[in-house]
Design a protein around this ligand. Structure first.
Ligand SMILES: Cc1cc2nc3c(=O)[nH]c(=O)nc-3n(C[C@H](O)[C@H](O)[C@H](O)COP(=O)(O)O)c2cc1C
Length: 139
């Protein structure tokens, strides 16, 4: 199972998670804003935050405008201060592109103002690594 990580970030948390998981798992991580190379992969782990209750609209736009995706599967890791939101709009955009999105979505703590201070931290990275390993095994 060939896997890559795709992230988009506004305040750096998704990048932090992506880089840490890439280093722990020995896979590549790409910023969606920097012409990511998503060729030669079966599975893409998409990491992003929540802003005003919704997914990053630029990440949704990126997914809608990607050249015909060659990968068939994706899984979502969501970073948000309340841990109550999912990247629903990102999931819908992936499904629209014919990509099979893993039903389970990992939601880890982000931080905003006083909420979730100190996150993402080692426990978030541990949860992320366990999730990616599970998705890779099941894909
Ligand atoms: C402008 C703004 C709005 C946010 N709105 C929400 C929100 O509605 N719900 C929530 O749980 N977290 C919210 N957050 C927290 C972010 O989702 C969280 O910090 C996440 O880790 C950000 O990811 P990023 O650093 O990769 O951009 C907001 C953060 C910012 C900066």
């Amino acid at each position: 199972m060939r896997a890559k990580i795709l992230y988009m970030t506004k305040t750096g948390h998704s990048r932090k998670i992506a880089k840490e998981l890439a280093s722990r798992l020995g896979i590549e991580a790409f910023d969606a804003k920097q012409s990511p190379d998503l060729q030669d992969t079966d599975l893409v782990i998409v990491i992003g935050g929540i802003y005003g209750g919704v997914s990053n609209p630029d990440l949704v736009k990126f997914i809608r405008s990607m050249d015909t995706p060659t990968f068939r599967k994706a899984a979502l890791i969501t970073s948000c201060a309340s841990r109550k939101f999912f990247q629903k709009e990102v999931r819908a955009a992936l499904v629209e592109r014919g990509i099979d999105v893993f039903a389970e979505e990992l939601v880890v703590w982000g931080s905003f103002l006083f909420y979730g201070w100190g996150h993402p931290n080692a426990s978030d990275f541990d949860a992320g690594a366990t999730f990616v390993e599970k998705v890779m095994k099941l894909s």
